[in-house]
Write a protein that binds this ligand. Sequence first.
Ligand code: BGC
Length: 744
Amino acid sequence: MLVNLRPMFWIVALGVGLLCVTVKAADAPSRPWMNTALSADQRAALVVKAMTQDEKFRLIRVDFGDDENGWPLPVGALHSAGFLPAFSRLGLPALQESDAGLGVAKPRSVGATALPSALATAASFDPQVAYAGAAMIASEAHRKGFNIMLAGGIDLQRDPRTGRNFEYAGEDPLLAGTMVGQAIRGIQSQHVLSTIKHYAINDLETARTTVSSQIDPTAARESDLLAFEIAIETGHPGSVMCSYNLVNTVYACENDWLLNQVLKRDWAYPGFVMSDWGAVHSAGKAALAGLDQESAGDKFDKQVFFDKPLRAAVASGEVPQARIDDMAQRILRSVFAAGVIDHPAMVTPIDYETSRAVSQRAEEAGAVLLRNQQSLLPLSPALKSIAVIGAHADKGVLTGGGSSVVVPPGGSAVNGSLPYNWPGPLVYQRSSPLDAFNRRVHGRAQYSDGLDVAAAAKLAAQSEAAVVFVEQWTAESMDVPDMTLPNHQDALVAAVVRANPRTIVVLETNGPVKMPWLDHSAAVLEAWYPGAAGGEAIARLLFGEVAPSGRLPVTWPRDESQLPRPVIPGAGLDAIGLHPQGQPADTVDYRIEGADVGYRWFQRRGFQPLFPFGHGLTYTQFAYAHLQSHVAHDRLTVTFDVVNRGKRAGVDVPQLYVTLPGGRHTRRLAGWSHVALKAGETRHVEITADWRLLSDYDEAKRQWQQPAGNYRLQLGHSASSFEGDTTVELAARNCPDSGCAAPR
Ligand code: BGC
């Protein structure tokens, strides 16, 4: 399906495209940086040499690229988050920045293809799913004229109530780092520069611009920063977006430790740091701390710091000219490295059907089957009647809110839900689960909106099976105050499962919610926010056309009492009836759990979650045998056999957990495999442990230290269910961030 873009958009965007072409034709020999035989760094250096001071000062600040709130649209901007006009004299195209990691967010009137939640992608534990989904959204971005994607969300999930968890990749640094790194690779494969965000410890949304994340630097290095480190090393994003919050009382975008010391010195990051929208608070201080580009300061900061104030700081000698040149160099080398100059973004038709299939595949790979009593699932198409209840399942599937929201071509499937304004609107993708069921069952799938609980229960009682959909909308800039499903949906589910024991509960949630009815339910599928083709994907999973293969990328707590911070003061959003209680705090204390995020916290406290990290059922069972460890060239691997003991094909995700010697450690995911096996098939599998997970970070020495001693290795179906346990003795070893001699 080729969708007609709005005429105005075409005209503006074509103009940008033509500009790129004109620019290309008029290049060389006066523009030696157009020589593709040179490295990105060499090309950038040539441009910087040719730039005037005004051009440099133009390059280091981006304008807001939209006309919302009555602001004027900059000439040439494509209605999006950020815009920097072309440098025609130098042959450099405009920078057009688009949100975000789940698809092209703007212009909303045109629409684009939405991926499922990033948590769904993480739940696939399949790097190829992350790469393919990201390549798809970047291809759409490129075909809409964008050359930068504000993607790569990776803040660790420390709390299931954080409103933006759906944009991130879960609680584990290795999983998040690997999956987000692959997504960044996917985006940049389309010649679209990707960010990684929000750097760093932006793990709550409540009071996000004023709250200070208090964390021990070592714990930060072993948790959130490790996720960034792995993703940057895997994906080489052109830019790192620094976050709104403060870290240990210093704003992230003027935090010398985060930007200069960790990112640029220890990780040798060559790209540029851009600010989040409204995250800059100073000129000289931020520039000296390592911020390279101010984003939309014209609309979101108190003033545009990286123009007059920064020029004054250079004139006074506070900021050396070399720093300005370095900012320009870093921005330009990333632009060249991503192929933005050599493969200009241009408006070309988009095949939305193909994009939708990629999104569907991601949802099929990432939905997690949490429970399946007496093998109720998969459903048989021979069903004569099926009740479909709640959550607008007759029309579509839910999307999370904020800057990442992607409106489908044709508009939201459901309109009229609050909030209409930021962080709304509330958007539903156009993929009706009801229609998808009706395409499959021989009988009839009938819908009840669930608002009348008695009517819904009656329909369930009269049907052979029932599927009740529940939803929890969360968004950027807010957290939910608790883990309860909103709008009395628990009462609905309780009534439906009572009315029909053959009830499947499908969750369209940000992540873990309380499930007081769980013990009475037959089956539960966490579908996250299911994306553009979510209805179809859910139907295929429930009818067994594709085997569920997602595993939880987060621990599922029973309730808030199991969390490191049972209360988030001030969390909520009046517009959706979640009234904030108390004042937001000035600080959030992550020293409580430190690096023991998620399943590690649960182990440390001896808590039993409702479902552990790594858990996920399918329509067969797997067993492990013959676990062996091998150490060669300082590289630790394990080998074992995976057997599919059931009667159906399926995908298994065997997980390797290590416990370091010394008694004070919790176990850590050090690697995993992703294996598709036919019924009865056995596969010999090898997993290599990531070297950093075998080490502790020493902040004083700035190195990873692998202690000598016995390491416990456990082969897990999840973070708390093991089949295979062995120990291996490793020698002491110290490694800088760049790694030891042995390859990863
Ligand atoms: C968000 C970023 C986003 C930016 C531009 C900010 O509010 O935190 O993730 O990229 O806006 O829309």
